[in-house]
Design a protein around this ligand. Structure first.
Ligand SMILES: *[C@@H]1O[C@H](CO)[C@@H](O)[C@H](O)[C@H]1NC(C)=O
Ligand SMILES: *[C@@H]1O[C@H](CO)[C@@H](O)[C@H](O)[C@H]1NC(C)=O
Length: 478
């Protein structure tokens, strides 16, 4: 009996935690998960070599008088390490660290070649690396990239000091997505502490109204999924917008099984709905592998007409019979960012960083994309205010983002020992350095897809880029 009650309570907790806001979190996770760890053949037993460790970090690296500290998690694998060998660090971003990068893939192979030690650091406020007891807005003031880069610098000097054989070791940093941004900016803030960085899919230009994101999403759909698919999405969204504003909102609600609380005369609800449709496609494009975009397009093309094709496809991603309806209201979006007691979702932390440092709102501000006009920057600016603080207004957010570009140099980071790679299909590349000679854009690949070992199944361009990383690392370590 006791047991049954406990089980019931647990089930109830799961249902509640996953309730109305589950949908935004799911989409968020797809777009902000750990870059897919490289595939490793089963049975190698390498995972057993990975150790979880903790290091003491200062809460506020900027305040000498604040001596509060917290424990940062990191993973290490010394399988290939020989005294004097280099240090390879895979730097964690807005996700929880896992074994993957320390048991296989290109960095693992390079550590093996150079007798290097391998580490994977977790970013403050993500995963188990929680500096404060909860995520109240007040507590989030210690969450920013500069603090995280100080953590990384302290990590490097500490392992060099404390692990024998590392005292004079050279350091190579590897990062993907936001952590690729970090391994670039680290070179700028702490020149000389790492001999080189490999930045895969690094956005460098902070921008509030990041209209290019959905432009590239659309281009990639057109390129891999075909013109008909692109046109169907564009026509369907246009028709839905017109239905929404011509007294046919009830039909839209029925088609997408929206919950009753969705209010078509509330702009923010309308914005959340259309933003979510576009983000579902973004999730497929950003993580494209094999034929994901083609498969999604085949589904979109199935319906008898544009709106039906889109709705059937979207419902497959959003509708869960357990809840009976889909809650994509603005309120549900803000609630998904609002939970100050549970750090495991990471949406609250990352969204805070966007309000405070980067913007990167993937809005409908461009006509050169198929997702319509109804998810402007106002949606996200309002969410910054409602999920965190009145401090966030359009003005303060724009000022914050300008300060980030000023401090880190945007597309001129002034670093000469960083190798930049991008996937051509990846919408993030629009905020990165893509110039030939400074960066490699790998055709027909998405976000952070180049971390695997050099393989015969790589395209020629993928292989050439990985070979180039390996050659650069040899030069840096000479
Ligand atoms: C790695 O260690 C092995 C065995 O000690 C040594 O023969 C080899 O030269 C080392 N490789 C590098 C790149 O230092
Ligand atoms: C969050 O933590 C702070 C201390 O860091 C505490 O004062 C506050 O009451 C906590 N808030 C909640 C909602 O638990």
């Amino acid at each position: 009996m006791m047991k049954a009650v406990v089980v019931f309570a647990v089930l109830l907790a799961v249902v509640l935690a996953d309730g109305s806001s589950s949908h935004f979190r799911k989409t968020f996770n797809r777009l902000h998960q750990e870059p897919p760890p490289p595939p490793v053949s089963p049975g190698l037993g390498r995972a057993a070599k990975v150790e979880t460790k903790w290091i003491t970090q200062k809460l506020d690296h900027y305040d000498k008088n604040n001596d509060k500290t917290w424990q940062m998690r990191y993973l290490s694998n010394e399988e290939h390490f020989k005294a004097g060998g280099p240090i390879f660090i895979f730097v964690g971003g807005e996700w929880e660290v896992s074994n993957g990068y320390l048991i296989g893939g290109h960095m693992y192979d390079m550590a093996k070649e150079h007798n290097g030690s391998m580490f994977y650091t977790e970013h403050r406020y993500y995963g188990k690396s929680q500096p404060t007891e909860n995520l109240s807005t007040e507590n989030l003031k210690y969450l920013d990239v500069k603090q995280a880069l100080y953590d990384l610098s302290h990590f490097i000097s500490t392992v060099k000091k404390e692990i024998s054989g590392l005292t004079n070791s050279k350091v190579i940093l590897v990062g993907g997505s936001y952590s690729a941004t970090m391994v670039t900016w680290f070179q700028r803030m702490f020149p000389g502490e790492a001999v080189g960085s490999w930045a895969s899919s690094a956005p460098l230009l902070a921008k509030v109204n990041f209209v290019e994101y959905k432009e590239v999403t659309g281009q990639s759909i057109r390129q891999m999924g075909g013109e008909a698919c692109y046109n169907r999405i564009e026509n369907a969204v246009a028709e839905l917008e017109s239905m929404m504003f011509n007294n046919r909102a009830a039909e839209v609600k029925a088609l997408f099984k929206l919950c009753n609380n969705f209010n078509p005369s509330n702009d923010l609800d309308v914005y959340s709905f259309f933003g979510e449709i576009s983000d579902i496609f973004a999730g497929i494009v950003q993580t494209h592998r094999g034929n994901s975009i083609q498969k999604a397009c085949a589904d979109v093309m199935k319906g008898d007409n544009d709106v039906e094709g889109l709705a059937t496809f979207v419902l497959k991603q959003t509708y869960n019979p357990k809840y009976g309806c889909v809650d994509v209201t603005y309120q549900a979006l803000v609630e998904a960012m609002g939970d100050t007691s549970d750090s495991s979702y990471m949406m609250r932390q990352w969204f805070y960083q966007t309000c405070n440092e980067y913007g990167w709102y993937q809005t409908s501000g461009s006509k050169l994309q198929p997702f319509g006009t109804k998810f402007p920057e106002d949606l996200y600016i309002n969410a910054c205010k409602d999920a965190y603080s009145e401090y966030f207004t359009k003005n303060t957010i724009y000022e914050n983002i300008a300060a980030t570009n000023e401090f880190f140099g945007a597309l001129n980071p002034g670093t000469d020992n960083v190798y930049f790679t991008h996937g051509q299909l990846d919408p993030w590349r629009a905020m990165g350095l893509q110039e030939e000679g400074k960066a490699t854009v790998i055709p027909e690949h998405a976000h952070c897809m180049d971390f695997g070992s050099i393989s015969d199944s790589d395209t020629a361009e993928m292989k050439a880029s990985k070979v180039k990383v390996a050659e650069l690392v040899r030069t840096w370590l000479k």
